[in-house]
Design a protein around this ligand. Structure first.
Ligand code: PAF
Length: 285
């Protein structure tokens, strides 16, 4: 697996693969990789002949009081994991390579509606930063397909919309969340948790699972269900940011007749903000 740091080298390597008739898959990441990322690369490797991954901690998607500076940078370990998972080329640019003119005048991509609410409400500008960097990366790599984790459910919806709305010829694949044995969704931010917080953290997915079970059993009073779930999270030691039941495609608040649902949560454990979700389609039961 080769690692390149410039757009010029990236384009040359991808052009070589294309000239050999290879189909290109792409997995954008911010590094500090875990088995969830490995699953994204493995999925791409099943579908195409040449897998490109990127590692770039994108300043444009972090708010001023967020964890940009302390976000873990672990390039050597990440390179090993990518190689093992079947990646052929790693693009690991600097901030200057991605934003040579600086970030202030950078053209932005924004996806209205889907970016509003949920994480968009707590993290103003976050999805504009994501949509902008993903658009840039798509234009640099020009893949046939790209794989994203379903753990970032709203992000995946935003990316599907931008690809559709901007007519990008890229197939977007959502890969199921990889969980620890106790149910906690794997996330680079789990590394911020101390031992005690780590034992409490699975309460997040437990709460989602219990809410999903209640819905499967016929509960449709979502406001009551959410209030109960929030109490459960607070009792466990979380500070809930949001807990919502939404229609899975549009992310608008769920109504009684909706069948394709997603329960989404963001909650603080100490200063660490964790997110998770559970997608349930009542027609699949
Ligand atoms: O999900 C992530 O790791 C990031 O938001 C992404 C898609 C790589 C864009 O920076």
């Amino acid at each position: 697996m080769n690692t390149v740091k410039t757009v010029r080298e990236l384009r040359a390597a991808v052009a070589r693969a294309r000239s050999e008739g290879k189909r290109i898959g792409f997995v954008p990441t911010m590094g500090n990789l875990h088995s969830g990322h490995a699953a994204l690369v493995a999925k791409a490797a099943q579908r195409v002949d040449f897998v490109v991954a990127s590692i770039f901690v994108n300043p444009l998607q972090f708010g001023p009081s967020e964890d940009l500076d302390k976000y873990p940078r672990t390039l050597a370990a990440d390179q090993e994991k990518l190689l093992e998972a079947g990646c052929h080329l790693l693009f690991a640019p600097t901030v200057e390579e991605m934003y040579p003119e600086g970030m202030n005048g950078q053209t932005r991509v924004s996806v209205p509606q889907l970016s509003e609410g949920l994480c968009g409400a707590s993290r103003p500008g976050h999805f504009e930063g994501v949509a902008t960097v993903v658009s840039k990366l798509f234009n640099m790599v020009q893949p046939d397909l790209a794989v994203f984790g379903q753990k970032d459910f709203q992000q995946l919806a935003v990316i599907r919309a931008l690809v559709r709305d901007l007519n990008m010829p890229i197939q977007i694949i959502g890969e199921p969340t990889v969980r620890a044995e106790d149910g906690l969704a794997l996330s680079s931010r789990n590394g911020y948790l101390n031992a005690e917080q780590r034992t409490i953290a699975p309460a997040l997915y437990r709460t989602l699972s219990q809410m999903a079970q209640a819905i499967r059993e016929g509960q449709r009073d979502y406001a009551a269900l959410i209030a109960q779930g929030q109490q459960q999270l607070t009792d466990a030691g979380f500070q809930p940011d949001y807990l919502e039941v939404r229609q899975a495609l549009t992310l608008r608040p769920a109504q009684e007749a909706d069948r394709d649902l997603v329960i989404l949560v963001a909650a603080y454990m100490g200063s660490t903000r964790l997110i998770d979700n559970l997608h349930l389609n009542l027609d699949d039961q």
